[in-house]
Design a protein around this ligand. Sequence first.
Ligand code: ADP
Ligand code: MG
Length: 688
Amino acid sequence: MFLRELGQSVTVLKGAGASVSAKLAKLGVYTVADLILLYPRDYDDRTVFSPLASYARESRVHTIAEVMAHDWFGFGRMRTLKVTIRDETAGAVLVCFNRSYLEGQLPIGSRVAVTGKFTYRYGQIQSSAFDIESLEEGRSPAAGILPVYPLTDGLNQGQLRRLAKVALVEYGAKVEEELPAALRERRGLMPKRDALRAVHFPKDSSELAAARASLVFEELFYFQVAVARRAMRRREVQVDRRPPEGLLKKRLVQRLPFELTSGQVEAATEIAADMASPRPMARLLQGDVGSGKTLVAFLACLDAIEAGGQAAIMTPTELLARQHAATAARLLEPLGVRLAFLSGNVDDRSRRPLLAALKNGEVDLVLGTQALFSDDVEYKSLRLIVVDEQHRFGVLQRLALSRKGPLPDLLMMTATPIPRTLALTVFGDLAVSAIHTMPPGRKPIVTHLAKAGNEVKVYDFVRHLLEAGRQAYFVYPLIGESEKLELKNAEAMAERLAKETYPGRRVGLIHSRLKEEDKRATMEAFSKGEVSILVATSVVEVGVDVPNAAAMVVEHAERFGLAALHQLRGRVGRGAEQSYCFLVYSADITEEAKSRLKAMLGMSDGFALAEEDLRIRGPGEIAGTAQSGFLRLSIADPIRDAAVLEEARSEAFAMLEADPGLLSAANAPIREVLDRANPFGDAPAGLH
Ligand code: ADP
Ligand code: MG
């Protein structure tokens, strides 16, 4: 198999000694295969010339020039060579830091090919980051398309290009075809080894396009095979079940102080029908922050319990699990539902009897973190797993599938809406329900942007809210002081807000480095209104529900992603009072950050914001998509390559439907490829 053959350490390559390989490791490159799969992030097309005069317009100059003069400036070790050059359009200066040797290579009067980024400084066009090629004796410049790799300190493009070339020349032939030949032919894909060579060192732009297209298709194909495989495994399973009458649900609804929204009713109905069907459910429930997903989850749990099973609700943080447990105690315990709570912090003494109770069926609903699925936790008859606010669904699905006993139903909830363009293909084996309504009586949250320096006005506004008995969140990007970043941090601000800004008010602090008990105590105090200001990092992003909180102040808002900002804003506006969100931003921010803040100002619908987020990041922003937690892809982009994704999807489903044997143990090679094709994250998101 491809990876095994090329799984040797990069140090087998000439030029990759200990120090170079340590740097490569920072790029995630350990083996020869990693290096071959380190796709260029861009290309430098040396077949296209842009003269010196175009320096301001073009991202880089690439021209043929004559060396006019040598000058030196600085003294001693700082002595630096300046080479004046001129092409047909303009003159410029090359500042040769640490490159005094260029004096000999670039004699006055010689011709050179120069590539680099030029700027106007000290009255001249100049560059200190340039590539140069001497054209003595009538040589013509090396034309071609050069790869531009992601770099790390101490590595340069030249080194990486040389290493990639050596790796491809010496090991490229060992790359084996993995895709079925028929599929490759039908889709006109390049052989894998040619595609890999061409993606690094394309002969021309059309070869590059073909290579990329082949690799993109292949990556998306495996991804969709993984999706199809999960979908089919579920299809194979039949569960015998009698739908419950829904008595427990009815009793809960009767006890609620409000009516369910139409969106909640619709979602609950879809879920109930799915849970009554003979196939295990795998469903995603999307609903904006505050749309009331928890209740819909409880309704599903009640059906599972009434049918004689157990239900588990898992959350990414202990904080959220505690909050759900409290809500469940209030709403479900009076119905006779037996509850339990389990997290990594439950000590051994209480843990043992709890595990026994789960195993004996003495617990109907257990709430907790991923500790719910530790190896030693056994359930008597787990019928439903609800996962709240968790993006890495792939892992969870695998987890559910790998459990012993009958397959439980799976309900995953997210308030980070997944754009329509992604949902079907990414979660192709999931049914989707969406809540598009909000509980009535909510006033839209008023959002204000404030430039850093003007935050005093924000603090004053918040003071009025506090005086009126409301509570406020203040969110910061850092927990404590950082040596690298000069940013306000939660610890220092908690102190400052308590001492200087709002003396006499109780300020709570919450972040990931605090002990669970302390977090819990603070959260409880905030929940009860004993603490009026909660200073936090993005831990409060997820699920926290305190209706009396009417202000969300996010400082250094430019450092937060759009999804995070939307989640944070969703912490307020949960009561009947008018709520506010203040986004304080620094003067010096990127265009992208500006667009994000503007989007927050103009939009409140989570689905629309998610689409906007993708638009701002733009297609091809692969890292961005990966970070969003949905997918981990290396060359394909599910948005830019949406059409290919669709085709890869139908090929994958068709292939598996025609030959389910591809999934059998007898077919080890393809299984290995598939197991590797794991574009979903590897582990559930860590606790904050
Ligand atoms: P999310 O979808 O963000 O998880 P929650 O389930 O936390 O939202 O619900 C947010 C708040 O709305 C909770 O305080 C909950 O009690 C309340 N709520 C839920 N459904 C309704 C409803 N139909 N009418 C009024 N309030 C509701
Ligand atoms: Mg929630």
